[in-house]
Design a protein around this ligand. Structure first.
Ligand SMILES: Cc1cc2nc3c(=O)[nH]c(=O)nc-3n(C[C@H](O)[C@H](O)[C@H](O)COP(=O)(O)OP(=O)(O)OC[C@H]3O[C@@H](n4cnc5c(N)ncnc54)[C@H](O)[C@@H]3O)c2cc1C
Length: 386
């Protein structure tokens, strides 16, 4: 095996990095994961992830974790409502959705990011993850690299894999191609203990997800396992809206006034989200990596997941692609058919770029449709057909 007796460093313990660590360990490789979080109890935040049949779920299955996944996913969290701007329901699968339908290509089980991370962490050999390892730079040493971390420590590895997300600090060692702004910004709104804070919306969601479309804008929300709900007000604006809006994102009153003005002609049902949100609201401009990006494979450094391809979230592909990257890279690095690690990396990267470009195009197209005047009818047609 080309990686026998090689030390592999994965930088970043997100869905991509941890899946890779597990898959490589199954094949007998020496792996360490360097993660900037201080310890395993750091709360992993963000919207729940839906796992897809041909990508995330394949990786989980190949990692020998499908039974474990079935214990920790959230049955029913994938049920959805589609509404107009007045929260009038035009589509609901609440009555028809099966809690569990593994094996169907349309079944996309939801899992919160925390339980997904815990499941992957528990599957690793003890001491695989080195916490409090915020990567800042690396320099060549012998055949490999010496990694430097913010806390002053350093570590040697023969092969480096960047799994450190959208703002990867390792990506610039591979390419200087940068992500572009998609034209859409999402304002994240978090509601804690939603049953008490926003009872109407909580009852409407009923443990599932909601997508509301109207006048070229969206409200996208979902319930989390801990009783919180997360929403995104998603709209087209210029790239610097977040810093130029003049809004105080910690001022709920200002944010509600903004919503009333920006989402004119939207109903008052949405107001409680702004009145009872945890502050601050978080603006997230949506970026995408150029579809035609390419670079020459390096001898012993590569990347996966958001570090390699930021994909807008309008097709739910990002974590799924990160985990499929992990599967394909683990197979390349442990397959005897490659004579060098560079050949294995080159094969993996060529496929990964093609796959990511397809997913990015689909996500960009979905983003355009979801923010068009006809979004509601387009989405009804799409989901009605499934
Ligand atoms: C609003 C929204 C909704 C989404 N919904 C979905 C969905 O439903 N389905 C889906 O598949 N995807 C979804 N995504 C995309 C998904 O979140 C990402 O694509 C996915 O998390 C990427 O995984 P990753 O492992 O590459 O990176 P990340 O999840 O970003 O993990 C990177 C890890 O690296 C660590 N790290 C970062 N910098 C350093 C450093 N310098 N040194 C050491 N460690 C570092 C971080 O702490 C983190 O643990 C969504 C994204 C957004 C924004």
């Amino acid at each position: 095996m080309i990686t026998t007796n090689k030390q592999i460093a994965i930088v970043g313990g997100g869905p991509g990095g941890l899946t890779l660590a597990r898959l490589l360990q199954i094949k007998g490789a020496n792996v360490k994961v360097y993660e900037r979080d201080l310890n395993k109890n750091a709360r992993v935040q963000g919207s729940p992830l839906d796992m897809h049949d041909g990508s995330g779920l394949v990786a989980i299955t190949k990692a020998g974790l499908l039974d474990e996944f079935k214990k920790v996913f959230r049955p029913g969290a994938d049920k959805k409502l589609i509404t107009n701007e007045y929260a009038e329901i035009f589509f609901s699968d609440h009555e028809t959705k099966q809690g569990e339908n593994f094996g169907s290509e349309y079944f996309r089980p939801e899992i919160d990011r925390g339980p997904l991370r815990n499941m992957l962490l528990e599957s690793l050999q003890p001491e695989s993850v080195v916490w409090d390892s915020h990567f800042i730079s690396m320099q060549k040493q012998n055949e490999g690299w010496l990694l430097h971390f913010k806390n002053g420590s350093s570590a040697y590895a023969d092969v480096i894999i960047a799994a450190d997300g959208a703002n990867s600090k390792i990506r610039p060692y591979i390419t200087n191609i940068k992500a572009f702004y998609s034209g859409i910004t999402m304002l994240e709104i978090n509601i804690q203990d939603a049953a008490k804070a926003t009872p109407q919306m909580d009852a409407m969601l009923n443990g599932g997800k909601i997508m509301a479309f109207g006048k070229g804008k969206c409200m996208l929300g979902g319930q989390k396992g801990n009783g919180d709900i997360g929403f995104y007000a998603s709209f087209k604006t210029d790239k610097s809206w977040a810093s130029n809006s003049g809004l105080d994102y910690s001022d709920k009153k200002q944010m509600l006034d903004w919503f009333k003005k920006e989402y004119t002609e939207w109903g008052s049902n949405w107001y409680e989200l702004f009145e009872h949100a945890a502050t601050p609201f978080i603006p997230r401009p949506v970026y995408c990596m150029p579809l035609e990006q390419t670079w020459e494979a390096l001898p012993n450094v590569t990347m996966l997941g958001d570090a390699a391809h930021i994909i807008p979230p309008f097709a739910g592909e990002g974590a799924n692609m990160a985990m499929l990257d992990a599967l394909e890279l683990s197979e390349c690095l442990t397959d005897d058919k490659y004579s060098t690690i560079q050949d294995a990396i080159s094969f993996y990267e060529t496929n990964m770029r093609k796959r990511a470009a397809v997913a990015s195009k689909e996500s960009l197209d979905n983003g355009e449709l979801m923010h068009s005047e006809k979004a509601l009818s387009i989405m009804l047609e799409f989901f009605g057909g499934h």
